[in-house]
Design a protein around this ligand. Structure first.
Ligand SMILES: [Zn+2]
Length: 258
């Protein structure tokens, strides 16, 4: 794909739920539009048996889609136990490129804190055993996540923490993944953090079907909308979007080893 200036660049969507109920029936069109938007690799986040099985099928047909899996902190109480052995098996069969999204969410607390922590530990242990990086979901729980996880290969997906939390994550060698939230008018605090964090520690994600960036806000999000977030990051960093694409792509390729 050649840009108007003649440059060659592509994006990676490091976090999309392609096989969630909201998107799974429309994946052919969604992937076509993703390619038209220069998105050439997608990390598909599988959160249950159904989305994982669909993820395997999708990857067979589209080898540029890669799967990660774990029960989200929201659902660990209900579904954690039944899904864990499937994630473990997929990891050992080299069908995953990362473990996640796992982590802690004390904002909604759909599952009790202690259950969330127990599954976080289980997934941390699995990631060590199979040598795969981690994708963390964290909301209002940074102190516990930092203390429990420590220096592991990890990305904080859809980062919305404060500057202190961003700094601590960088200290631990983690990456910060920036979603469409950064394009919203009220997101000045996050925009300041993006200015501060070295681009070498940033990934870009859609978190599709959630969190569509401006000007698609309110629509069902999809990987094809990723360039809007990249453009905002480029604007904040006063760089061109080609350079943002290139460096964030290198970051993700190094981390996921794909
Ligand atoms: Zn997600």
């Amino acid at each position: 794909m050649v840009s108007p200036k003649g440059g060659f660049f592509m994006f990676i969507d490091t976090h999309a739920h392609l096989t969630s109920d909201a998107l799974v029936n429309d994946t052919q069109q969604i992937l076509g539009r993703a390619q038209a938007s220069r998105v050439h690799k997608i990390v598909n986040i599988c959160t249950d048996e159904k989305s994982l099985k669909a993820g395997f099928l999708l990857r067979e047909e589209h080898p540029w889609v890669f799967n990660a899996a774990a029960t989200t902190p929201h659902d660990v109480e209900k579904e954690g136990e039944s899904f864990f052995p499937l994630v473990e098996q997929a990891a050992y069969h080299k069908q995953l490129i990362a473990i996640g999204e796992t982590g802690l969410d004390y904002h909604y607390q759909y599952s009790p804190k202690e259950v969330q922590k127990r599954y976080l530990e289980l997934y941390l242990d699995l990631s060590r055993r199979v040598n795969l990086p981690l994708i963390f979901h964290c909301r209002d729980a940074f102190a516990d996540l930092f203390a429990i996880a420590g220096e592991v290969p990890a990305v904080l997906h859809c980062f919305t923490g404060n500057l202190k939390e961003a700094k601590k994550a960088l200290e631990l060698g983690w990456y910060l993944s920036i979603s469409g939230i950064v394009t919203f008018k009220k997101s000045q605090a996050l925009q300041e953090i993006v200015k501060y964090v070295p681009l070498e520690h940033i990934f870009i994600e859609t978190d599709a079907p959630y969190l569509a960036p401006t000007p698609y806000r309110g629509k069902v999000n999809e990987p094809g909308f990723l360039p809007e977030t990249a453009k905002m990051i480029a604007h904040l960093k006063q760089m061109n979007v080609e350079e943002v694409a290139k460096i964030t792509k290198e970051n993700a390729e190094k981390f996921f080893r794909f």
